[in-house]
Design a protein around this ligand. Sequence first.
Ligand code: CIR
Length: 261
Amino acid sequence: MASNFTHAIVRRPSHSVCDGLTTSDLGKPDYELALKQHDDYIEALKQAGVEVTVLPALEDHPDCVFVEDTAVITPSGAIMDRPADPTRTAEAGLMLPTIREFFPDEKIKQITEPGTLEGGDVMMVGDHYYVGHSKRTNDEGYRQFAGFLTEWGYTSEQVPVTNILHLKTGGTYVEDGHLLVSGEFKAAPQYRRGQFSDVFEVPDEEAYGADCVRMNDKVIMAAGYPTVKGQLEKWGYDIIEVEMSEFRKIDGSITCLSLRF
Ligand code: CIR
């Protein structure tokens, strides 16, 4: 799917972005700077060749900019998530009308209570899906999700997420057999079965850079991670860097800011 994306959906940061959930001590995001970084992100998506649907901010939802956690879009259809944090749960329902503009009802599935699942915990590798078992995605959410995938002919497995927010916070599949991993996932047996031609271990000081977006012939990555950038260049990718400082303050990585299909 990496080479034929046509669309992305994003949502503008709300003023309340300053109150987004966080585990970091990097301070509060600056709203104006977050808007500017979001503009640059949209521009990067366009440069990668997709049409971008830009949804308005939701002031009641400080984390609404992180649309990746509201749905998982597969080549066969969309699965609406059920974000775990009470301040975020409604975001999936608020995304549904937009998903309906692109997918017929029979291609839209729904994670329901007591299941929780957030898109940041889902990493697609061809027809196989790695799903984080995290504070945000529970066993029941995975059970429902895996069932939908099976219906569509895909396989999946869980990967424990212990020290960070989401599975993809700790690494992303760049496609072409290339996997970036950081922190606890360097030792994950799930990633070491020989299914990847090259697994690059991101040094701890650049862990945030392990999350990046492959889109068509571009890789969009956070600015300021030279080792990750060097590896992506070695793999032959054309890179677009986007400053992510304000989203990083509230645990947001670069994939979190869009739904892509
Ligand atoms: C949260 O804690 O839910 C937000 N502050 C960050 C969400 C990041 N989303 C992602 O990694 N997909």
